[in-house]
Write a protein that binds this ligand. Structure first.
Ligand SMILES: *Cc1c(COP(=O)(O)O)cnc(C)c1O
Length: 415
């Protein structure tokens, strides 16, 4: 038997039913069919409120679109956050489709094509340049179009985010300009007459340890101020990265957000004079939306094989690659999962929940203690709001994408 991850606190049981946005999971599944992603707008709102309460008021909140680019969710976030971080012209188009002002966006990511750079410049997006070569291309494309590009430098720091699930900085990286080469490049941007937008430093992802996040934020501030000083350029903006994690696995504890906020406030105070004219931001993906999402799949068949029980569902890794353990994890552990139609039943048997794909990788829960399930029961996989639909191979084996809905409340749904 293997333990399941911790169920996020926003989804209570009412009798046999798991409740999502005030309504039984079985009702959502009935109305919209399965497999289905339900994103609870209220959970996103309360997460943003917690962040606003914990972080210093001068720190702006950005949403990293790659975590979940579902249109209605972007529209919701447009009214809640201060900016968006995008990583392609495709994501830029998704913002535009929701009527979101692209001037609120920063565009990071390696391998930007000329057409993407030109589209970003035309739309007033800040380009977070990942190399000296990219700076030159942006300057040339801006000159060609008769437009002044907004340019920031993505810095590859000389440290990483300790304990993070995915390291994105430190050492040799395809991301960002090595810190030692940044001052000369910053001078080049300013001398070329571009609209200089400062630095973007993202050191890693999925950190639950407040001490590590605090140390990284302090190091990020120190580095940014040192680089600006060395370059002799102002620091109009600084994107501090993020990396705030959410609990996915047994034993994971939530990030101590108030501790992170208090430490950041102290750091800002310490550097207050130097940061007087700097616009600060953190960029968060999963922390904003991850826990808001629940993935619902229906049990198609209950199958026994050589003494083991398999609950075969109509969902799978083609929508939930991360829950199957195949998206950036080394050891496969169980995500939080529940039988959404048997919440009041004891966990009387050990069963594996699998998807409908013909691959042994397609496992949503491995030998978990669950109530005895039957065909037609609904399985809920939690922490499905980030890197679910968007980070899974929906075309694999031809089952197609899952339906996604934003649940506003029992009464209002957008999808
Ligand atoms: C992926 C990414 C994020 C979002 O990461 P989360 O772990 O979802 O918060 C933020 N910034 C950059 C540059 C990224 O690549």
């Amino acid at each position: 038997m293997k333990p399941l991850g911790p169920i996020p606190p926003h989804f209570p049981a009412q009798g046999a039913d798991l409740m999502i946005a005030g309504r039984p999971a079985r009702a959502w599944a009935q109305e919209h069919g399965t497999p289905l992603f339900v994103y609870d707008a209220a959970v996103v709102r309360s997460r943003v409120a917690e962040l606003r309460a914990a972080l210093p008021p001068t720190v702006r909140l950005h949403y990293a679109v790659k975590a979940n680019p579902f249109g209605p969710l972007l529209a919701l976030l447009a009214g809640l956050v201060d900016g968006f971080d995008i990583a392609s012209a495709g994501e830029l188009a998704l913002l535009a489709a929701q009527g979101i002002d692209p001037a609120r966006a920063g565009f990071a990511g390696p391998g930007k094509r000329d057409a993407e750079i030109s589209a970003a410049i035309a739309a007033g997006v800040t380009l977070h340049c990942e190399s000296a070569r990219e700076v030159e291309r942006a300057l040339a494309l801006g000159a060609e179009a008769g437009q002044r590009p907004r340019l920031a430098i993505r810095v590859n720091p000389d440290f990483d985010l300790r304990g993070s699930g995915m390291k994105m900085g430190g050492g040799a990286r395809p991301f960002g300009v090595d810190a030692e080469n940044v001052p000369a490049l910053a001078r080049r941007i300013v001398a070329a007459g571009a609209d200089w937008r400062g630095f973007h430093i993202f050191a890693g992802s999925q950190a639950l340890d407040a001490t590590a996040v605090i140390a990284t934020q302090a190091a990020t501030l120190d580095l940014a101020l040192r680089l600006a000083q060395e370059a002799g350029v102002p620091l109009p903006a600084l994107n501090l990265g993020g990396g705030f994690g959410i609990p996915y696995f047994p034993g994971d504890r939530p990030l101590d957000l108030p501790a992170v906020g208090a430490a950041l406030a102290q750091e800002l105070e310490r550097h207050a004079a130097q940061l007087r004219d700097t616009r600060l931001a953190v960029e968060l993906g999963r922390y904003l939306v991850g826990e808001a999402g629940v993935y619902l799949a229906r049990v198609i068949e209950r199958k026994e094989s050589r003494g083991e029980v398999f609950l075969v569902t109509d969902g799978g890794l083609h929508h939930q690659l991360a829950a199957s353990g195949n998206f950036g994890t080394v050891v496969r552990r169980n995500y939080p999962l529940a039988l959404a139609t048997r919440m009041d039943a004891p966990a009387d048997e050990v069963a594996s929940v699998v998807g409908c794909l013909c691959t042994p990788l397609d496992r949503l829960a491995d030998r978990a203690a669950l109530p005895v399930a039957a065909e037609g029961d609904v399985v809920a996989v939690f922490c499905a709001g980030a890197y679910g639909a968007t980070a899974s191979p929906a075309a694999f084996l031809g089952h197609g994408p899952a339906t996604e809905i934003l649940a506003e409340s029992a009464a209002h749904t957008v999808g």
